[in-house]
Design a binder for this molecule. Sequence first.
Ligand SMILES: Cc1ncc(COP(=O)(O)O)c(C=O)c1O
Ligand SMILES: C[C@H](O)[C@H](N)C(=O)O
Length: 365
Amino acid sequence: MTTPGFSNTVVNSDIAIASPRFLASDNTSGICPEAMHYLLQANEQDDLAYGNDVWTERAASRFRTLFETNCEIFFVFNGTAANSLALASLCQSYHGVICHQLAHIETDECGGPEFFSNGSKLLPVDTPMGKLTPEGIARVVTRRNDIHYPRPKVVSITQATEVGTLYSLEELQAIREVADQHDLKIHMDGARFANACASLGVTPAEMTWKAGVDVLCFSGTKNGLAFGEAIVFFDHELARDFEYRCKQAGQLASKMRFVSAPWLGLLENDVWLANARHANAMAQRLVDGIRGIEGVNVMFPVQANSVFLEVPIAAQQYLRECGWTFYTFIGEGGVRFVCSWNTSETLIDALVADLRQALVQRDQQ
Ligand SMILES: Cc1ncc(COP(=O)(O)O)c(C=O)c1O
Ligand SMILES: C[C@H](O)[C@H](N)C(=O)O
C-alpha cells in the first residue's frame, strides 16, 4: 500500500497499526478528548442547519472573547479552502498576492487560491528562513507598475511558517508598515497559529489585529480537531457576503454544529494552547535528542512543532523500514517531522534511537 504524498514509500499496515509512527504531519493526529466531548454533546439532540445552530454561535462568541474584539468567524472544512476563500475576499482577479516561495498557498494547495480568486496571481518571494521581509515585499511591489502586470494587493504570511520558523511581533509590525505604504491587505495562514502563540508567549490579539493582520485562517485540524478551520475577519467590510463565497465553494456545512462545536473543546480552558505547547515541547525533545548524531543536521531553527533534518538517503530508507513516516518534499528538502498534541515522549525517544541506529547502519554499509 502506498500512501498519497509518500512517493515510493510502502507503509506496512502491520507496523502502522501496531505502533503508529506517523510524524510526517500534525494532520495524522486524532481528535483530542475535549473536542470529542463537544462533538458528542452536539449530537445529543437535533439542531438547525447551515450554521444557525446554538453551537456555532457559542463557538463564534468564544472566538470574539479569545481575540478580544468583535471579529467575524466562518467555519470551513480545511485549510486550503480557508486560505483560498480568504484570499479571494481580499483581492480582485487582476491583483497579486505576495507570498513566500515556500508558502503552502504556493506549493501545496493545487492552485486553489488562484482558482477561487478567479486568477489572482501569487507573487512568490525568496527570502531566508521561510519568512517574508519588508524589503522583499517592497521589491515585489515596486518592480513593476505598468498595466501589464497584476497589481499587488495582499501579503500572505504563514505563522508558524512552512519550515517551522516564526515571525516576531516586531517583524509582523514591520510588515504591516510596508503594507500600509503600498495599500496591501494582510492574510495570515494560521495552520500552526496555536503553536506560534504558544512559542512566542503572546496573545492571539497581539499576533493578529494588533499587529495589523486583516484575516486569519486558524487551523483546528492541526490542534486536535478531526477537521475544521476558523476564518477570522478583523475587518467587517472584508467579510461582506463571505458566507455566499463559502456556500458557492461547497464549504457551508449543513450540519455545521459538528464543525463548530468541537472548537469549544479547544477554546475552553485554553486547551488549544496546551495542545500547542505539548507539540512544541515534543519538537524540542526531538531536536535535543538528535544533538550530536553524526550526519544528521537541523536545517531550520525549531521554533514551533516542526523539525527539518538533513538525513542521508540510506538512513531515510532505514527509518522507513522501521515504520516511520515523514515528508521530504516540503520546505527546502530534507526530512520533516511534525509533532502534535498527542505526540508522546516515548515516540520521540524511539525516533531518536532509530535515527541513531540508522546512522550506525549507514556507516557499516
Ligand atoms: C502551512 C499550511 N497551510 C495550510 C494548510 C492546510 O492544508 P489542508 O487543506 O490540507 O487542510 C496546511 C496543511 O497542513 C499547512 O501546512
Ligand atoms: C502536506 C501538506 O503540506 C500538509 N499541509 C502538511 O503540512 O502536512
